[in-house]
Design a protein around this ligand. Structure first.
Ligand code: ZN
Length: 226
């Protein structure tokens, strides 16, 4: 069975990607990060999702990106903003070079276990504009990984980055996930790690909109919801 490393945050996108990789016949190795984010709730979700989906392994990487912060997700002094549709600016929830770091770890993990496929759940359709979710970056990162790993340079076994939802909307993604039996009730998207999702942060708003467009009710509970 071919091995694949799947970057799993415990959110909607990465969970759907995990199920998709499995459906394509990969033995999946899930990798999550404790990067000093605002809450640890998504890490527990990721762990549960990986075991529920039958991942061969679940690796948690700890990297203290909160030491330098620079994002509302890694710096308590920056407030998580409410969704603003009008704004063209990249929101303060952007974490400096996060996907570059995650993909670097994934490449190391992949090379070590003999996996030549890495899956990541980024999309550049309905997203917050984060530059490290765009195809230019993903293409370039794949190139870089294949210049910096022995498997590629010496043995011509190249690592491919799969970003199957890069050009898909979140609602298209949810439809795919529903067909794959993704347990969305186990995912966590909200930037705030409270008991219930807030429903007003960027992340919640994109999620709610996507479920609505896909024609499903989001199975998680939101604050103030009966
Ligand atoms: Zn929220």
């Amino acid at each position: 069975m071919k091995k694949a490393v799947v970057l799993l945050s415990g959110g909607l996108d990465s969970t759907t990607v995990l199920y998709l990789a499995k459906s394509q016949g990969y033995e999946v190795y899930a990798m999550s990060f404790d990067y000093g984010q605002r809450h640890k709730k998504e890490i527990q979700c990721a762990k549960d999702i990986a075991s529920g989906a039958g991942a061969a392994e679940f690796v948690l990487v700890t990297t203290n990106m909160n030491v330098w912060g620079g994002s509302a997700l890694t710096d308590d002094s920056i407030k998580v903003p409410e969704f603003n549709e009008e704004s063209e600016k990249i929101p303060v929830t952007y974490v400096p070079a996060r996907n570059m770091i995650f993909l670097s770890y994934a490449a190391s993990y992949a090379e070590a276990i003999g996996a030549y496929d890495i899956f990541i759940g980024v999309s550049e359709v309905d997203y917050s504009g984060y530059v490290d979710c765009r195809h230019e970056f993903i293409d370039s990162m794949e190139k870089t990984i294949n210049l910096g790993t022995v498997c590629a340079v010496e043995h011509k076994k190249y690592i491919k980055i799969h970003a199957p939802f890069l050009h898909k909307t979140k609602s298209e993604e949810i439809k795919i996930g529903m067909n794959l039996g993704v347990k969305y009730e186990k995912t966590w998207t909200c930037y705030n790690g409270e008991k219930f999702a807030c429903g007003i942060c960027d992340s919640c708003r994109l999620r709610l909109k996507a479920f609505k467009e896909a024609g499903y009710k989001d199975p998680i509970k939101y604050k103030g919801e009966k």
